[in-house]
Write a new protein. Structure first.
Length: 131
């Protein structure tokens, strides 16, 4: 059984939030339908990624973690100040080389990364660098 409710996928009683970083395990039953231990909450850690400033009107800095294939992009707000940080999954070292070496990082992002949300699922890590 699989159903999606408000950004949460429920598969055989296992609920996984696709919007945040918290995974909840609840209503897990043993073979004989006896309830398992009470629900547990686990925090999934985010990789720490070194950011490199780039020349772009909309992107402040980028970084990549080859171990987890995670791209990090820190955007600029309307005033040009560093703002929201996003992580994009499934982003290989080859993808990052093409992105960071592009003539225009912003154009590359809006042509090849942003439209590919299924290939590169993303999540907002924080709202602002100047918090």
């Amino acid at each position: 059984m699989k159903r999606v409710l408000a950004g949460i996928v429920i598969v055989y009683g296992l609920a996984i939030s696709m919007l945040g970083t918290t995974v909840y395990l609840d209503h897990i039953f043993h073979r004989h339908n006896t309830p398992a231990a009470p629900a547990k909450e686990f925090e999934m850690s985010q990789p720490t990624i070194t950011m490199t400033p780039v020349e772009s009107s909309q992107i402040h800095s980028i970084g990549h973690d080859a171990e987890t294939n995670t791209l990090a992009v820190r955007f600029k707000n309307s005033k040009g100040v560093p703002s929201s940080l996003y992580h994009y999954d499934n982003f290989t070292a080859e993808d990052f080389a093409a992105f960071s070496g592009a003539e225009s990082v912003g154009s590359h992002f809006y042509k090849h990364i942003k439209p590919a949300a299924e290939k590169y699922p993303f999540r907002k890590i924080d709202e602002s660098a100047a918090a």
